[in-house]
Design a protein around this ligand. Sequence first.
Ligand SMILES: [Cu+2]
Length: 437
Amino acid sequence: MNWNRRDFFKKAAAFAGVAAAGAASLSRQARGQEQHDGDHVMPEMEQPEMEHDGMAGAAMAGGEDYLGGQGSMMFMRGHNMIGAFTEPPGAPADDEVDYRTFRLNFEIAEHELLPGITFKAFAFNGQIPGPEFRVQEGEWIKVEATNRTEEMHTIHWHGVDVPYTMDGVPMITQDPIHPGETFVYRFQARPAGTRFYHCHWGTPLHMSSALHGAFIIESDDDPIRRDYPYKRDYTLVLESWDIDFTRREINALLKGMKQVNRLMAQGRLSPATHGFFRNFAEFKKVVDSGDYIPPYVRGAAPFRRWQPNFFGINGKCYPAVDPRSLLKIKEGEWIRVRIINGGMGLHHLHLHGHQFVHVAQDGNPLEHPLRLNTISIFPGTTADIMIYGDNPGFWTFHDHNTLHAQNNGIYPGGMITLLIYEGMESPPYVPSVSLIQ
Ligand SMILES: [Cu+2]
């Protein structure tokens, strides 16, 4: 490390009001890595003298071809960020196959987790979680993704075997979708199973708060349906939120992006680069010279302070259980429950009164299903379980890490739902107001 704090302040003073400090701050905002209240805060970006296109200052000048790369982290050789988004290659044209078309808008939604707790979050079509896809294996899918926010986004199809150009990783396979732009994803839905989608830009904030949704690929030849004939099929998207972090980060990002967008509109910050380094060699050179301090040197990234205080299923915390999360069952019936961990937490779901069958992991059927009553759902994984109705009653299904069965530290709450038998005659205990909204 060739940088220390004293050097930094000397250099920051030297650069205050000129390109390096200002552009570094800009770029940090552009990457969704706004820095807060640490003691290594870069000077605010309010310098009218700003004269370079990118954070690398002079390294960006000269009109050479941009080779791609997001700040310090991501580079793709031969890639040109052109600032205009067209339908990318990698999938058949409209007249070649019969596409099933969907629209996903990146929006900011005001969302109520439970009475008294409302916050603003990035949301697909204004919903948390995003809308559930139900498609057939082999269908050609077209998703028109429009960015109606001031931040950047992409969509990653998690567990779906798309062509790499459709993979939705910014600066690796595509430019981020800029404010107001539309990117069209085209791919074939395969393989069958419980899968999901999420934003891949600024993932800790965007994915978890809560740009994610279920992507269910069904098949006529489903071994699980064959072995466990069922009619009812439920989806539980597990989520955890640090709502203060989300509020703070979204406000800061939007403020930063407004500045970036204004500078782009004024032609002072080129959309062709919007503050990215040209390539890894340029990045290393500027860091080694001490003229640019990478954000990971300046201090902890905001998400290191992410401390979720609300936990839920399908966008709601107990007792405000979403009706989609209530598992209705009859005696003698199999139901399928698809569990998706769309957040960053680790959850151990325990079902009372039943031994369920774990039949698929990450969407793929298990050759040897397991009989369990508790299942661990790691971040980024999905699990399918089959529950057989053989013990009539009202049963709790909850995260057995009971820190997650709380609302802001108050138990009970959070990640709790219920298995409810239909047609029960006079249950001995009638649940009170806390069960259903
Ligand atoms: Cu996003």
